[in-house]
Design a protein. Structure first.
Length: 329
């Protein structure tokens, strides 16, 4: 079968290429899925710079354990192991697994759920990791009805989920994005949209119960100024921190400073790296989608043959929804 191979731990020109590999072996408790679409997301690209640096050094001596790229996908069940009870061949499913950018993937049934009926395979392929991250970030902030939530990076893959989920949970939501994405953020249900090219939300203005920071373009001091005295800041993923070997200390020190400050102030400053979720999370996201409260945003789709170029373009900057690779149609 064909797959998108990842020869190193981190992003770099020429890291990924299409390769013929063997079909996965299906264990007794596993489900073989024919992948119809997978999110153009590379394992390891959102890790902090210090971890990426270690990956670079390690890769000089051995290849990554995860040889095939990708994390979340959607497709159809091809076969099941003898101990699988929830799925049968032909079922449309979505889920997550390292190595998702391949024509077939074998996963445990806990990593799968039945695909929402009102989204395409391309849309379903964007749900798992972005949805998990948004859910966990909102859980950290204990979001409830009437709370004021600020989503920085509201038009991105996680941001578009976070805006919609926060609104579904009853919050008053403000999204921060560029001028070209204001209409998108408003269409997601945001009560307010801030154009960061024209307005700095850290300089005066409202204070928020929860800030989800996907961008990392403001200092901790600035972000704290926009928080209420007992508010929560969640720094999602790498949050825009530089990724070069020379700047790894910046990412580590940012998180350490946040942890230390949290000991002495009523505000909570949390660093969140999401590596997976549960079937319960998948089912919760499915319910939100089928209820019309959550819509995956797919910016573009590409065939597998164009996947290497598409993923390299993502490194140049992608601030709107998700890009999807279609492996079969």
């Amino acid at each position: 079968m064909k797959a998108l191979a990842q020869d190193r731990y981190v992003s770099a020109e020429g890291v990924v290429h299409i390769e013929d590999i063997e079909m996965p072996i299906v264990g007794d408790d596993e489900v073989l899925v024919r992948v119809r679409a997978a999110s153009a997301k590379m394992y390891g690209w959102d890790l902090p710079a210090i971890v990426q640096s270690i990956g670079r050094m390690t890769a000089r001596f051995r290849k990554p354990k995860v040889h095939v790229a990708g994390l979340d996908f959607a497709g159809e069940v091809e076969a099941v192991g003898k101990d699988v009870i929830r799925f049968r061949p032909g079922a449309a499913v979505f889920g997550w697994s390292k190595g998702a950018l391949a024509e077939y993937v074998s996963v445990t049934e806990d990593a799968l759920a039945v695909k929402p009926t009102n989204v395409s395979f391309a849309g379903a392929a964007t749900i798992a990791m972005a949805g998990f991250t948004a859910l966990q970030a909102l859980h950290n902030g204990q979001v409830g009805s009437g709370q004021h939530v600020l989503v920085v990076g509201a038009s991105g893959g996680v941001g578009t989920f976070a805006v919609q989920l926060a609104k579904a949970l009853g919050a008053d939501v403000t999204g921060v994005c560029s001028t070209k994405n204001l209409d998108l953020v408003r269409s997601l249900g945001a009560d307010h949209a801030i154009d960061y090219t024209k307005e700095d939300f850290t300089r005066g203005g409202p204070r928020y119960d929860l800030i989800l920071d996907m961008a990392g373009n403001h200092s901790l001091s600035d972000l704290r100024r926009a928080l209420r005295p007992d508010g929560t800041l969640v720094m999602v993923g790498q949050s825009g921190i530089p990724t070069s070997e020379q700047s790894w200390f910046m990412s580590l020190s940012r998180w350490l400073r946040a942890a230390v400050w949290s000991l002495f102030v009523d505000q909570r400053l949390v660093a969140l790296i999401q590596t997976g979720g549960s079937q319960e999370d998948l089912l919760a996201l499915k319910d939100f989608i089928e209820a019309g409260k959550l819509t995956p945003i797919v910016t573009a789709t590409y065939p597998l043959s164009e996947a290497p170029d598409a993923i390299e373009r993502l490194e140049e900057g992608h601030g709107r929804g998700r890009v999807v690779i279609e492996l079969s149609v």
